[in-house]
Ligand binder design. Structure first.
Ligand SMILES: [Mg+2]
Length: 151
């Protein structure tokens, strides 16, 4: 069984769209600090194809799937909202206790990390970093195609 970690913002949850739509995104002190916007994480929309794709991975017995996201240290409500977000969009039975929030993703043991950014340890991950949004993995279709050809 291959262990897959999936980042949330920019991979499953549309952080950029939520940031732009947030009424306080261009108000001090949130300019340049969108991670501090109140309620931002609670109301993010899913990225296209993300929910169906993650569900496919979750129900594939070849894979052991976890969400691995970083919540802003100075915005404690974001930690709660990420927990609520995954429960809102996924079947509780499939994702229960499968949310890991960490600033040190490189410390987690596993085979794949699907992440759109190199930060918080993603680029030092010991398994394969699937760089979501890059030329090789521009979207979920390309990620699934790659993972389904692993075995
Ligand atoms: Mg991200």
């Amino acid at each position: 069984m291959k262990i897959i970690y999936i980042d949330l913002d920019g991979v499953v949850a549309d952080f950029e769209k939520g940031r732009i739509a947030h009424p306080m995104s261009s108000v001090s002190p949130y300019i340049g600090r969108p991670d501090k916007l109140p309620g931002l994480y609670e109301n993010l929309e899913p990225i296209s194809n993300a929910i169906e794709s993650v569900n496919q991975l979750l129900s594939n017995s070849d894979f052991d799937v976890y969400f691995l996201s970083t919540a802003p240290w100075d915005n404690p409500e974001a930690w709660m909202h990420k927990r609520l977000w995954v429960a809102k969009y996924f079947d509780e039975k499939l994702i229960r206790k499968r949310l890991i929030l960490s600033h040190h993703k490189q410390l987690l043991k596993g085979d794949f990390l699907i992440d759109d950014r190199k930060f918080n340890g993603a680029s030092e991950f010991q398994g394969k970093w699937i760089h979501f949004g890059s030329d090789l993995f521009p979207d979920w279709i390309s990620v699934l195609k790659y993972l389904n050809n692993i075995k």
